[in-house]
Design a binder for this molecule. Structure first.
Ligand code: TPP
Ligand code: SF4
Length: 277
């Protein structure tokens, strides 16, 4: 992997200025995540034309039009299925899935766990802003208990999913989390996920100042970033903390990095064996 470049060196090459301005609210975490993605792609050993962005339906869904890379815009929650089909048909391509917490863990939850189970060599980036941004602030499976949302005006009574633990339990072989505050770690973890030969997930703790932060009275986007800085702990430090101390904290780092048979390679081997008979 080449050195990760500062984002300003890559803007002219990757940003599709003709499609701007973007629809994203000022201070939204999606732009920062896209910055990390572009830096990781440009530093990768895989040629840029081999990447395909697969975007689901959510605020981040327009990302494919703003960045100069091949892209497919999938149905809500169906990124893993589109990417699986693409990878089976063209194993030389590297799909990068862009999903939201609602897209990936609600309507698309089933698709996500089965892609992880198969250990298909695709990279999933989940921007977890803990809310449905695009449709106006309904709660998602990652909204913290007690949060007031458009569909929980008196506070949510459901317990949230931990997306990393879900994907690790399903069989994902590279599972990591970072935040939009930690921009260097963001680019480097996406780079490691891309290089990993199996199902890789980077969950990005993102911010939605418009529907999550405003309702929770978290202040400006800058104050939300400060909240992330003050409430994040590394996986190494988390090991020494009690469950009470970890309550409400964002644990960052790599949780799983292991090697297991990859499904497309196995499938191709099977085809070869059948043809050889
Ligand atoms: C089949 C289907 N059901 C529901 C919707 C409506 N819908 C569009 S985006 C969205 C939620 C998006 O939330 P999330 O994935 O968290 O992304 P965000 O907008 O927060 O970035 C929903 C429910 C849809 N487009 N298609
Ligand atoms: S509604 Fe939230 S997630 Fe959507 S663009 Fe605005 S800040 Fe970002």
């Amino acid at each position: 992997m080449a050195k990760i470049e500062p984002l300003q060196n890559l803007m002219a090459e990757y940003l599709n200025e003709a499609t701007l301005p973007s629809t994203w609210c000022p201070g939204c975490g999606i732009g920062t995540t896209m910055g990390g993605l572009v830096r990781a792609v440009s530093a990768s050993d895989i040629p840029r034309e081999k990447f395909v962005l697969v975007t689901g339906i959510g605020c981040y869904g327009g990302a494919g039009t703003y960045i100069r890379m091949s892209d497919i815009h999938a149905l809500h929650g169906r990124c893993p299925s589109y990417a699986t089909g693409l990878k089976l048909a063209r194993p030389d391509l590297h799909p990068i899935l862009l999903m939201g917490d609602g897209d990936s863990s609600a309507i698309g939850g089933n698709h996500l766990i089965h892609a992880a189970r198969r250990n298909i060599n695709i990279t999933a980036i989940i921007m977890n802003n803990h809310i449905y941004g695009m449709t106006g602030g309904q709660y998602s499976p990652t909204t913290p208990i007690g949060t007031k949302a458009a569909t929980a005006p008196f506070g949510l009574t459901d317990h949230p999913f931990d997306i990393c633990r879900l994907v690790a339990a399903a069989g994902g072989t590279f599972v990591a989390r970072t935040t939009v505050y930690h921009v260097a770690q963001l680019a480097s973890l996406i780079g490691r996920a891309i290089a990993h030969p199996g199902f890789s997930l980077v969950e990005v703790e993102s911010i939605c100042p418009t529907y999550f932060g405003r309702r929770k009275k978290m202040g400006s986007p800058v104050q939300m970033l400060h909240w992330l800085k003050d409430n994040s702990v590394s996986a190494a430090k988390a090991k020494e903390m009690s469950p009470e101390e970890l309550e409400g904290k964002v644990v960052t780092g790599v949780f799983v990095e292991e090697h297991r048979t990859e499904c497309v390679a196995e499938y191709q081997e099977l085809i070869k064996r059948i043809h050889a008979k």
